[in-house]
Design a protein around this ligand. Structure first.
Ligand code: KIV
Ligand code: ZN
Length: 549
């Protein structure tokens, strides 16, 4: 046994039972609040499906009062989520919010209402303009409402926003009162990432001692000082039995505690968390991380724990030598345990459909039927176009499928000429809402020329053109023949200001101009779809969520 594993003391507080640590994923709520990470309802549903495969315990699907779009997304997720996974909705302790949240999650197999109000003097004075007793009364009122509206079996969670900067005696009084009013979970948010692990553990211990027999104690840690995971783990050792986390640590400002870090710490260091486990299928972590990164456009830094590209890469000779002799020398978890397949070479022209299905399963994706046939055709076509089809190529093909949208603008053909020092000229032929259009434009490069040509083609038909706000390109794998993956963000020319609807589009091809056009067309079609739904009254900007802590 190593010196660390033999060290007692940091383990569980005496008197606090073992069991499971409930994993409450808030990627679709706090994660989506990260500036620029807005997702459409369909994209949120894709992420929720992956969270189901990951087997988290609770999916916090959104903040229904923020917008009709968020309401719809939460309700769709609530309807679809099964298998004992709860669906949570957030609400302020303010008339209107909890009612909207209850309406959205009522249909869930396991509804979980999450109401919150700030309790620190700084927030009370400057933000809510309320005194302590007023906040306490609102907290009790809306917890009681939730319990009455959803019944005895539902989970009613109360969060004291900015708990770690709240006067301790007052905070304890609030927690006691909400548990009396029917809260079954009390959450201790370190809203601004201010806490240090030892003091956060002590705070959690006080709450556990007070109400831990009647309610589940939860924690929600932000990463402003880079301590979110450490604080979360200290809280578990102090008796917290729910942790609020996000995939890739996405979230407001510096983000939230990352699901993959917390879950893998619990799994890798069992002596520090005796008799405690999570239900998470860790082999689904890599797929979840990639999907969230892909859909939000938030790249994962290469040295990010667990899910960074270098997390299992061994560069130096000494390390490589050790790994060859025995992987235990430098690896505390296996790549396979987080869903990274050991092999990198996957599909060739002679590979079969079953082989592809097995490989995708190893990579965390269960694909069958028509979807498998289509992926198979794409993978074989790719094997024709490049020497080696790698895991990363396959994952990129799977991800590209998640960006498919109903098409009212379809590309029929394009050409471009471009030379050193000169302007580029691009021509596109497309069908816009059934109308054949062919246009030409110049630009400062081939992509710019083609995007402008698309704009000229669609404007007379749709009444707007797309305005590009972001463009990113990356190679999916190494090698000169690598596929290029393009991300664009666009808005409509007629939609301006801070509340403007901004959508993303992805494209994938060994030809980067083709990939760029594909991404642009996905964005144009999303914008057009949004326009139609707005007219019908159902669609709301994906990033329109009201800003929360
Ligand atoms: O950070 C925070 O305090 C929150 C609460 C709403 C739980 O996100
Ligand atoms: Zn938060």
């Amino acid at each position: 046994m190593s010196s660390l594993d033999a060290t007692p003391g940091a383990a569980r507080r005496p008197g606090v039972p073992g069991g499971t640590v409930r994993i409450f994923d808030t990627t679709l709520r706090d994660g989506e609040q990260a500036p620029g990470a807005g997702l459409t309802a369909a994209e949120k549903l894709e992420v929720a499906r992956q969270l189901m495969r990951l087997k988290v315990d609770v999916i916090e699907a959104g903040f229904p009062a923020a917008s009709p779009g968020d309401f719809e997304a939460v309700q769709r997720i609530a309807r679809e989520t099964k298998g004992g996974i709860a669906v949570a909705a957030l609400a302020r302790c303010r008339d209107g919010d909890p009612q909207r949240a209850v309406e959205a999650i009522r249909v869930a197999e396991r509804p979980h209402l999450h109401v919150f109000i700030a309790t620190s003097d700084i927030h009370l004075k400057h933000k809510l303009k309320m005194d302590r007793e007023g906040a306490l009364a609102e907290a009790v009122r809306w917890v009681r409402y939730g319990r009455e509206a959803l019944g005895t079996d539902a989970e009613i969670e109360f969060s004291a926003e900015d708990a770690s900067r709240t006067d301790l005696d007052y905070l304890l009084r609030v927690y006691e009162a909400v548990v009396d009013a029917g809260a079954s979970t009390v959450n201790i948010p370190d809203t601004v990432g201010y806490a240090i692990p030892s003091e956060f553990g002590s705070l959690v211990g006080r709450v556990v001692d007070l109400v831990g027999r009647d309610a589940t104690i939860s924690v929600h840690c932000h990463n402003d000082l880079g301590l979110a995971t450490a604080n979360t783990l200290a809280a578990v050792q102090a008796g917290a039995r729910q942790v609020e986390v996000t995939i890739n640590g996405l979230g407001e400002r510096a983000g939230n505690a990352s699901l993959e870090e917390v879950v893998m710490a619990l799994r890798t260091r069992p002596t520090q968390f005796p008799d405690l486990a999570s239900h998470v299928q860790t082999e689904q972590i890599t797929a979840a991380s990639r999907l969230v990164s892909y859909l939000t456009g938030f790249a994962v830094q290469p040295n990010k724990s667990i899910v960074g590209a270098n997390a299992f890469a061994h560069e130096s000779g000494i390390h490589q030598d050790g790994m060859l002799k025995n992987p235990l020398t430098y690896e505390i978890m296996t790549p396979q345990s987080v869903g990274l397949s050991g092999s990198q070479l996957t599909i060739g022209k002679l590979s079969g459909r079953r082989g592809l299905q097995g490989k995708l399963k190893e990579l965390g994706h269960e694909v069958e039927g028509e979807a498998l046939d289509q992926l198979y055709r794409e993978a074989i076509a790719l094997a024709d176009a490049k020497k080696e089809v790698t895991d990363a190529d396959l994952l990129a093909l799977v991800e590209q499928r998640t960006s498919q949208v109903p098409e009212s603008v379809t590309l029929e053909g394009w050409s471009v000429t471009s030379s050193h020092g000169g302007q580029a000229t691009g021509t596109v032929r497309l069908l816009a809402a059934g109308e054949e259009r062919s246009t030409e434009s110049t630009g400062n490069g081939p992509v710019n020329a083609l995007f402008t040509a698309v704009d000229r083609a669609i404007e007379p038909v749709l009444g707007w053109h797309a305005v590009l706000t972001e463009y990113e390109i990356k190679a999916v794998s190494g090698g000169e023949d690598a596929q290029g993956q393009v991300l664009v963000r666009c808005r409509r020319s007629t939609d301006q200001g801070p509340g403007a609807l901004v959508v993303s589009g992805h494209g994938l091809s060994t030809n980067i101009i083709e990939a760029s056009l594909e991404a642009y067309l996905v964005a144009v079609n999303k914008l057009h779809g949004a326009q139609i739904e707005t007219v019908q009254g159902a669609f709301v900007a994906p990033s329109a969520s009201e800003k929360l802590p």
